[in-house]
Design a protein around this ligand. Structure first.
Ligand SMILES: C[S@@+](CC[C@H](N)C(=O)[O-])C[C@H]1O[C@@H](n2cnc3c(N)ncnc32)[C@H](O)[C@@H]1O
Length: 204
């Protein structure tokens, strides 16, 4: 089964309450975006957006240059339908981040629980190349992964866990760690998962 088939099956067969990563309120990410200078004219891309409520919150804030990328068409289609007419403002991109060819830059790159699935160096390098090409000079990346004491697997896949420092080292010198924040996510069934959010600034 391909990765896309796996994730499409997850989103078509499970209710949101059965997805460990489901989060009703993406306020941790929104607060970090505000610290990164989020403004009405900002361009934001969410990598591995799934059915996250991030686009909903950004639209509520009046931000209109929005893109959501995921390899699961089912996930993006669910979000598009949930948002209705408001969803027309979002560019929905069905792609595997490790093979995607960006055609523009963004002020803010957001990724919650996607980079940590890339456990081999080839995929990590492919991701980081796209990150470096997609974020404008002086722009920001917010990457949330499982923390060092977080789960070792998600959706049946092994994950790589990071501290802010190990993530900064993995991303390389083009991305300076600005700040980081621990976050204890509660799954819909109340089980705690340890995440760490890191905010990076891309050098000029
Ligand atoms: C654990 S979920 C997190 C979803 C969302 N970020 C959230 O916070 O609710 C991981 C998401 O990443 C997507 N994904 C996994 N590998 C990917 C890849 N290589 N490229 C793009 N999306 C990917 C999956 O389809 C899924 O929607």
């Amino acid at each position: 089964m391909s990765k896309a088939d796996h994730w499409n099956a997850v989103y078509s067969q499970k209710a949101e309450a059965e997805l460990s990563w489901h989060q009703d309120d993406p306020s941790v990410a929104i607060d970090l975006m505000k610290k990164a200078g989020l403004a009405r004219h900002s361009s934001v891309i969410d990598i591995g957006a799934g059915t996250s409520r991030l686009m909903d919150s950004l639209l509520d804030l009046g931000i209109r240059d929005l893109s959501a990328l995921d390899l699961s068409e089912n996930a993006l289609s669910a979000s598009r339908h949930r948002l209705g007419a408001r969803g027309q403002a979002v560019k929905w991109i069905v792609a595997d981040i490790t093979g995607w060819e960006p055609t523009r830059t963004y002020d803010i790159w957001h990724d919650r629980a996607v980079f940590h699935f890339l456990v081999n160096p080839t995929d990590q390098t492919a991701y980081i190349e796209r990150l470096a090409r997609s974020v404008s000079a002086g722009g920001h990346a917010i990457i949330a992964t499982f923390a060092l004491d977080g789960p070792e697997k998600c959706s049946g896949f092994p994950v790589a866990r990071y501290s802010p420092e190990s993530l900064a080292k993995t991303l390389g010198q083009s991305f300076a760690l600005v700040l980081h924040q621990e976050h204890r996510h509660l799954t819909p069934w109340g089980h705690p998962q340890s995440f760490q959010y890191s905010l990076f600034r891309k050098s000029n």
